[in-house]
Design a protein around this ligand. Structure first.
Ligand code: SIN
Length: 186
């Protein structure tokens, strides 16, 4: 059994961890960046019409911000069994070094979906991602809710993510009514 058990979340695990923790601490993971490149056929979409959810991709000079949760070592197996089901569409557990906001450095479990999984969607422009997100819904709710809640949670941490912010801006632009015309030609 691990003496210390940490789980680092960077997507829905930031704003809806849904597992008990002894402490939750803002944290950062160097060498990775967050992208809405993973398909979700089970939470924010359905099989055949998956939504787009967050994963991490390697990026040498980048740093991804999220939340690290320390769990009771003897609760870890049950927590991971539940998370393995929640993250079953393409994600695998990785052990990665995370730096906590208070300066501690810990090894954390991180769920990452890599390009070789069958639900992978890959890169697209912010506008294309927003159009996809706007039309996707699944058992956990709308895909737009996922992206907007993640954006808000990261802003509250003090680390808004430019990729997520660009998709939210494109969602907002698509939501806003067309600019009114004057109604005459004078
Ligand atoms: C995570 O939040 O760390 C994994 C991806 C997700 O569940 O959105």
């Amino acid at each position: 059994m691990r003496a210390m058990a940490w789980i680092f979340g960077y997507g829905s695990l930031v704003w809806r961890p849904a597992f008990p923790a002894v402490e939750r601490v803002p944290a950062a993971l160097a060498g990775w960046t967050r992208r809405l490149w993973q398909g979700s056929p089970d939470h924010r979409g359905v099989p055949g019409a998956p939504g787009r959810v967050a994963t991490l991709v390697p990026a040498a000079d980048a740093r991804v911000h999220g939340v690290a949760s320390r769990v009771e070592p003897n609760a870890l197996d049950d927590i991971l069994s539940a998370l393995d089901i929640r993250e079953q569409a393409g994600y695998a557990r990785h052990d990665l070094p995370v730096r906590l906001r208070d300066g501690r450095r810990v090894e954390a479990l991180v769920y990452v979906a890599t390009a070789d999984n069958t639900d992978w969607l890959g890169p697209a422009t912010a506008e294309a991602i927003a159009a996809h997100v706007a039309g996707s819904h699944g058992p956990s709710g709308s895909n737009a809710e996922y992206v907007r809640r993640l954006h808000t949670a990261l802003a509250e941490l003090g680390h808004p993510d430019p990729h997520i912010a660009a998709v939210v801006a494109a969602l907002d632009a698509a939501d806003s009514p067309a600019r009114p015309t004057t109604g005459d030609n004078r």
